[in-house]
Design a protein around this ligand. Sequence first.
Ligand code: FE2
Length: 375
Amino acid sequence: MSTLSIPQQHKTQTDFLPLEGTDYIEFYVGNAKQAAHYYQSAFGFQPLAYAGPETGIKDRASYAVRQNKLTLVFTTALRTGNAIADHVYLHGDGVKVICLRVADSVSAWEETTKRGAKNYLSPVKTKDEHGEIVLSGIHLYGETVHLFIERKNYSGVFMPGYKEWKTLYKPTSTGLLYVDHCVANVDWNQMDRWVNFYEHVMGFRNILSFDDKDISTEYSALMSKVMSNGNGYVKFPINEPADGKKKSQVEEYLDFYNGEGVQHIAMATNNIVETVTALQNNGVEFLKIPSSYYDDLLSRVGDIDEDLEPLKHLGILVDRDDEGYLLQIFTKPVEDKPTLFFEIIQRKGAKSFGKGNFKALFEAIEREQEARGNL
Ligand code: FE2
């Protein structure tokens, strides 16, 4: 599946915001140089581009890394008293920008702002010797934003302001391919507000809903709705906390992030056993699932192509829907705050999100919450 081209049959007349996929995700972090190295050494991203004082950018340093169709950017402020430094002070390291690729950035901005999106960046053209890009942006939940990038007239490595990041360090790929979905944690009673936003402002559809009966353990609960754009290339599940005996994992996130933000990014692979083996060998930590999960797995999900033993050894979860099955696993938070984490997912026909794994998964998260004293 390509995330960056639109098959003819999926084009519709009514899509006022045609999206070509996720272009990049930008994190505001305390130390971009070290963060970029972590995503290279642990996740197998390749160096792509750099922006900073050496490229004429005075207030920040940004490192872009890439693996197949996944591009991540890590940005740090060089001084205090600006939006980047304030963001990191308030939230810790976290996702600031989910940048969506469009054919027409001006139209994307006009169509969304006229439907009620709050302006973050009015359309702006920037140029260098490789051509020009157009960027525009709107505000989302918390301090997160969407940028719309139009790069059809640009042939440079990333975008104006950046130069190619040349380094001898070229880590081995771990087989990560593209952003499968990107999940938001929003505040109490705010899920429907953001479902509405994605429906009316962005033209997305609500393709799945989970209530607190689907997603609850003995102690805590959450609710979730999945929003998808017209061609299905961009999917945003939105979670809000629900009442339980103890503190919901979404509440713990909101407490530590100081507000709403991106909870996890799911990255796709074509071989989850190889990818997760490589990630674990590189030091990425995953949530532990009790081995009893595997006792009756095949009776729950039916036949699968993979051997059970490596899945059990690595802690990979399996779920089936009407169209096939999926394999998935979740990292522990990738910073000291219990905020952002990653999902690794391999889809074998299934288009859903692993509802059958929610209970085992959330119990695993609760064990971590309890160890942190936050349950
Ligand atoms: Fe997910």
